[in-house]
Design a protein around this ligand. Structure first.
Ligand code: ADP
Ligand code: MG
Ligand code: ZN
Length: 478
């Protein structure tokens, strides 16, 4: 029997507002434990939450970017449960009237092809605190700094069929939210976290199988491994005639396996009821139209424009717009006068290479567009050859060093002196009679060797095209 994997995602994204969702405490990541708190976000009796308008704005913008219908009249609800990271013993969330519904997200897959995932809903809620377990002292410490940090939860329909689709969706989601400027989506800091709901069914079947929900997935790698593991576990159970139990499972990154955490709870377990302390939100059409006007140019629009305005191939446009910081970097290089295709080549080659080597994201890179633009200009003006420029690039990359100073300090300027070139050719030809004979006997390789020797003689600083031409010219004279 062939099996099909069916996956739906619930993704929590921390919004990058300055203050929390219902009080004016800072949302800054980290900080000494319990220093970003006040009576409101720690749920002291008698306090009143007040909705941060920026949270509403960011949530609506995210809803619009995910092609959702915005709910003009929405409400908050209380989700009641006791856990030590939640001092109020309830979370303010949205159950009945989420701020946005019925969206869709399209993205391309790395193996080619396109996929569209339906968004069931997007709602606002508050984050909980953090528990720090100390196995040495056998203690658990509570840090409430994260209590009340604004979240949006984005729930998809069960439309994914593979880990590859899940990752491509999350990358698209991350890029979209970064373009919007509503979240930094740093998985390693927990500002994008995702729960994976997974079931399996015989290929071709329409009915959904019984699912499990996996929590604690904090990297793309963990998500990919967890999906493979859980699909196999469920298939094995069914093939052995055993039932799959609907439950919440925890992914253990050290053991590469999922473990049962608790049986799946239902909405009624949480005793949801309308939040009495926050009035309903009514959005006027003027307000919505205002936000709509503020929507920035997103990745797809940029891709179209880069092709039309700069003549970039689709592939280049997709690579560069994959991260907003790269797109900004590219546009600034072009504004500084760099030929667009040149800028694209350097960004896709050296810049992305250096970033991945350094384990950096584009938005954390120090290299400025002005530095790259200057380097490319030196190549175009014939002052540096391409290979030397690459060396200079890697030398200045980490600290955004001064290109001109570096070139001067290391004597790297391209030698364009025809006499120096002629002298080098002369010297190399004298020393390599055999190679000349080889070339005349039809051994093409000998040409490359001679060019390489002349280049070496000029300490790599000559224009390769000029060297090639000079060597060919000289060979004709034999
Ligand atoms: P709950 O309210 O219990 O969390 P939801 O209906 O909100 O359940 O679904 C949560 C997530 O699980 C959604 O992303 C949904 O697409 C996904 N999901 C629901 N049923 C299945 C299933 N049988 N297989 C895979 N995913 C599912
Ligand atoms: Mg749910
Ligand atoms: Zn507070």
């Amino acid at each position: 029997m062939t099996w099909e994997t069916v996956i739906g995602l619930e993704t929590h994204v921390e919004l990058c507002t300055k203050t929390k969702i219902f009080c004016s405490c800072t949302t800054a990541f980290g900080g000494e434990a319990n220093t970003h708190c006040c009576p409101v976000c720690t749920g002291m009796p008698g306090t009143l939450p007040v909705l941060n308008e920026k949270v509403l704005e960011f949530a609506v913008k995210a809803g619009l970017a995910l092609n959702c219908a915005i709910t003009p009249y929405s409400k908050f609800d209380r989700k009641n449960y006791f856990y030590p990271d939640l001092p109020k013993a309830y979370q303010i969330s949205q159950l009945y009237l989420p701020i946005a519904r019925d969206g869709e997200v399209s993205f391309s897959l790395s193996g080619g092809g396109h996929k569209t995932i339906r968004i069931h809903e997007l709602h606002m809620e508050e984050d909980a605190g953090k528990l720090i377990h100390d196995p040495w002292l056998d203690q658990t410490k509570c840090d409430y700094n994260r209590c009340g940090v604004p979240l949006i939860e984005i729930v998809t329909e069960p439309d994914f069929r593979s880990a590859e689709e899940v990752i491509a969706y999350l990358e698209k989601l991350r890029s979209t939210l970064q373009y919007l400027g509503v979240s930094d989506c740093k998985m390693q800091e927990g500002s994008l976290r995702c729960d994976v709901n997974l079931s399996v069914r015989p290929a071709g079947s329409q009915a959904l199988g019984i699912r499990t929900e996996m929590k604690n997935l904090n990297s793309f790698k963990a998500i990919t491994k967890a999906i493979a593991y859980e699909a196999r576990r469920q298939i094995e159970l069914i093939e052995e005639g055993k039932p799959v139990v609907q439950e919440t499972r925890r992914w253990d990154d050290n053991k590469d396996a999922t473990f049962a955490m608790r049986s799946k709870e239902n909405a009624q377990d949480y005793r949801y009821f309308p939040e009495p302390d926050i009035p309903p939100i009514e959005l006027s059409s003027t307000y919505l139209a205002g936000l709509f006007k503020q929507m920035p140019e997103m990745a797809e629009a940029k891709q179209d424009r880069y092709q039309a305005q700069y003549g970039l191939p689709l592939y280049d446009a997709q690579m560069i717009t994959g991260q907003k910081a790269l797109a900004d970097f590219f546009e600034e290089c072009v504004r500084l006068g760099t030929e667009p295709k040149q800028a694209a080549n350097w960004i896709m080659g050296e810049v992305m290479g250096a970033l991945s080597e350094a384990g950096l994201e584009a938005r954390d890179m120090k290299l400025s567009p002005a530095t790259l633009a200057r380097l490319i200009a030196l190549v175009r003006e014939g002052k540096l050859n391409r290979n030397t420029a690459v060396k200079v690039f890697f030398a200045v990359f980490a600290d955004d060093g001064d290109v001109d100073e570096y070139v001067k300090a290391h004597g790297l300027e391209q030698v364009n002196d025809p006499r120096a070139l002629a002298a080098a050719v002369e010297k190399v030809f004298k020393a390599n009679a055999q190679s000349i004979a080889d070339f005349q006997a039809g051994k093409e390789k000998a040409l490359g060797f001679l060019v390489g020797q002349v280049m070496r003689e000029l300490r790599g600083k000559a224009d390769p095209k000029a060297v090639n031409a000079a060597v060919l010219e000289k060979l004709k004279s034999f």
